[in-house]
Design a protein around this ligand. Structure first.
Ligand code: FES
Length: 101
């Protein structure tokens, strides 16, 4: 299954872009030029995230997560928590969510 998320050229070079992912809000952004997608849900109490350099920071209570793999760095979210990252691939200039083959 593949779900188009957005055109590659719509992803900003810095910061994030909000998109709809099957009725939930997700963020797309670039890390060292590589497109990434996460659900915009903090693993503490569900707050929205913003990107600061290579750290995703929760706007509610400041939990921090690594922008590469979504793993918690510090803050009130559980130590073993991780943001929900979406597996993606680029096809025909579009970033797509990919599930299965
Ligand atoms: S909801 Fe994100 S740190 Fe509390």
């Amino acid at each position: 299954m593949k779900v188009p998320l957005c055109k590659l050229d719509e992803i900003p070079e810095t910061g994030t872009k909000k998109i709809d992912f099957l009725g939930r809000e997700a963020l797309v952004f670039k890390v060292d030029g590589e497109p990434k997608a996460i659900l915009n849900i903090c693993m503490h109490l569900g707050g929205p995230m913003k990107l600061e350099n290579c750290t995703l920071v929760c706007e509610w209570h400041g939990a921090e997560f690594d922008c590469w793999d979504g793993k918690r760095l510090k803050g009130p979210a559980r130590r073993d928590s991780q943001l929900i990252t979406l597996p993606t691939q680029v096809e025909d200039g579009t970033l797509k969510y990919v599930f299965g083959d």
